[in-house]
Design a protein around this ligand. Structure first.
Ligand code: FAD
Length: 333
């Protein structure tokens, strides 16, 4: 293998940033990842609450592209992902009709964050480091984070693996082209309710695509493999409803979500949490896959450059890494 020895800073340790990092490291780049959260995985997220826990971002993933199928096979082999055989239905005013998928529905085990943690295990990831500013000095990138100020070290390449709005804020002033690409897309919000119950709910399904409700998705999280037995339901409001209520507070929204949950299931949660995903999903799929401004050695990847799935995000990161490898090889003396 050719040794490249280029330093790359990747902002965002969601599945796109990690996939990009893994492929670059495997080809001799020295990668440092920065993430503002306590852990990795981004929207492949899992929340703990006393004895309860739930995936409160991505619910499951499928693998249709052969590259991603091979990756998921490695995750299954490493015991960080497994098929979810729960009964999934379409639910319309109490009427449940089976909704089979043409592809296996996988989940991370024991949590949706597990594949991301697996990818990160041999990578240099700096968590709780929110990148707030970038500096281009002598063709190198320097990084400033909210928590630690300017970071020691400089990077030949920079990758932004964060949602479009956040990417635009920090790279916009350096590249009109990348700024315009960020502005092309619309990311939609999603209000989410996590409902914790002391007794199992007597419903004849484990996941439902819902119509005629505030919610568009409802799932029994403890029906997923390797989960605790405590009854936990995740209810996600539709993007249209979430968009219409994006500026309201949790205090205002929670009673509405709880009422909608009760209408669907017949019970009120014993305990609950809610969360607004401000940039949950892309409005329309994007054919770009990734974006690059080679003149300043900056790449963008993430679900918003392909489609808002775990598979789309992973592929976007991988494709950007492939392109950066080509550029680095071409510039080697
Ligand atoms: C509610 C919801 C339900 C979903 N359901 C599904 C599903 O069922 N199936 C499916 O396949 N997909 C689903 N998705 C979509 C899927 O989760 C995403 O497409 C995918 O996880 C996006 O990965 P990413 O790496 O592109 O971005 P992210 O996961 O958003 O990663 C970006 C990372 O960047 C970090 N970050 C942002 N700004 C900064 C900064 N300035 N400095 C440092 N770090 C920063 C964030 O902390 C985050 O970790 C769902 C998403 C949501 C929100």
């Amino acid at each position: 293998m050719t040794t490249i020895k280029k330093r790359v800073a990747i902002i965002g340790a969601g599945i796109a940033g990690l996939s990009c990092a893994q492929e670059l490291e495997a080809h001799g780049f020295a990668v440092t990842l920065f993430d503002k959260s306590k852990g990795v995985g981004g929207r492949m997220s899992h929340r703990y609450f006393g004895d309860w826990e739930a995936d409160h971002g991505a619910q499951y993933f499928t693998a249709r592209d052969s590259l991603f199928q091979s990756e998921v096979a490695r995750w299954v082999e490493a015991e960080v992902a497994k098929p979810w055989s729960g009964r999934i239905v379409s639910l319309n005013h109490g009427n449940a009709i089976d909704k089979p998928s043409d592809a296996t529905r996988y989940v991370g085990i024991p949590a949706m964050t597990s594949p991301a943690k697996h990818l990160a295990r041999n990578l240099n990831v700096l968590t709780q480091d929110t990148v707030v500013d970038l500096h281009r000095i002598n063709d190198l990138w320097k990084i400033t984070t909210k928590e630690h100020g300017q970071i020691a070290g400089a990077f030949e390449y920079l990758v932004l693996a964060i949602p479009s709005v956040q990417a635009e804020r920090i790279i916009g002033k350096y590249s009109a082209n990348l700024k315009a690409i960020c502005q092309e897309v619309v990311m939609l919000p999603c209000w989410t309710l996590l409902a914790y119950l002391k007794e199992p709910l007597n419903l004849p399904f484990d996941g439902a695509f819902v119509e005629g409700s505030v919610f568009s998705w409802l799932a029994r999280d403890n029906s997923k493999p390797n989960r605790p037995v405590y009854e936990t339901w995740v209810a996600q409001a539709s993007h249209a409803w979430s968009k219409a209520h994006v500026d309201q507070t949790q205090f205002e929204i929670e009673p509405i979500l709880i009422k909608a949950f009760q209408e669907l299931t017949g019970v009120e949660p014993d305990l609950h949490q809610s969360h607004l995903w401000r940039y949950a999903k892309l409005e329309e799929a994007n054919a770009r896959e990734f974006a690059l401004d080679a003149s300043i050695a900056v790449g963008l990847c993430g679900d918003w450059l392909k489609n808002s799935t775990v598979e789309g995000a992973w592929l976007s990161g991988y494709r950007l890494a492939e392109q950066l490898k080509q550029i680095a090889l071409a510039t080697m003396e």
